[in-house]
Ligand binder design. Sequence first.
Ligand code: HXC
Ligand code: NAP
Length: 275
Amino acid sequence: MLVTQYFPRDLFKGKTVFVTGGGSGINLGVAKNFAALGANIAICGRTQDKLDASAADLRAFGTEVCSVRADVRDSDALEAAFEKANAELGPMDVLVCGAAGNFLAPAEKLSANGFKTVVDIDLLGSFNATRNAFEQLKETRGTILYISAGMAYMPHAFQVHVGAAKAGIDMMMKNIALEWGRFGIRANSIVPGPIEGTEGLKRLSDPAEKAKLINAIPLRRTGTVDDIGQAAAFLASPLASYITGCVVVCDGGQNLLGSALFNLGAEQMLHARQE
Ligand code: HXC
Ligand code: NAP
């Protein structure tokens, strides 16, 4: 359910939200929730077709949309994307660092480049976005939201690259909250649980095992992109004006049971692929 059920529809009117990796999945869901509350939206990613389709979806909310092809690993490309968004929509009030890559890989088989690729997209990409957004966020006294994952604080099998990258993001978030608070800039992380219909869930969880997955979530349901969009809208809103440096877990309580079920399922998925 979109946030318009709970928040005033003009909460982010006149504000600009930039979402990296905003062309699909959770990040697009976050962008839609901000659009539904009146924000102008900018998105970036590597795939033009995905960006075009998502920009059309976002325009249906009646907001201005700027979509730019940019790889978050390329700081110059991001700088140009942020300049374009600033020229078209005004300085950003909210930066959402959502671009990420993931695959299951046993640590002993993962190549240095495989490890580096995920760290570069997730962690370096989030730094590149953060660094290039500074002047705009300083001007607006804006907010940064990092999309993290449970792998940041609980080991998950075949996710050594993702755990390292996401843990790095959460510590970076705390450093940024500490250093940039003096500019009025807040920074927080959101940790989604298993979110229905997303690329992440497809890569990491066998749909045939969905009943087991749901049983291992205290709230007995998988999440939706709107669950994450609602958390993002709250954290970026004046309701959260004294909240910074926090990791907000939005997972129906899944983390309380640890990662054992994930580990078994991931092993089965890897074995099935090798057969
Ligand atoms: C082992 C792999 C691999 C795999 C790639 N590599 N896939 N190693 N197992 N399945 C290795 C390659 O062999 C190569 O190393 C290196 O990684 C780079 O691969 P490329 O294909 O050249 O990388 P690139 O084109 O940059 O693509 C990045 C990607 C890709 C991460 C590999 O999957 C991607 O674009 N993903 C974006 C979408 C995505 O992942 N969405 C899900 C996010 S969800 P060598 O040594 O051979 O050169 C998420 C969920 C969190 O984060 C938690 C959910 C519960
Ligand atoms: P997704 O749809 O694949 O989202 C990732 C997005 O990032 C894609 O739009 C992708 O587009 C973009 N991207 C990837 N590499 C990029 C790069 N180098 N530069 C710019 N953009 C790039 O997957 P998702 O499952 O919705 O995941 C979204 C976020 O939620 C991620 O941060 C993920 O770690 C986190 N998360 C997901 C879950 C889940 O259940 N799905 C759980 C916990 C955390 P292109 O490939 O076109 O560039």
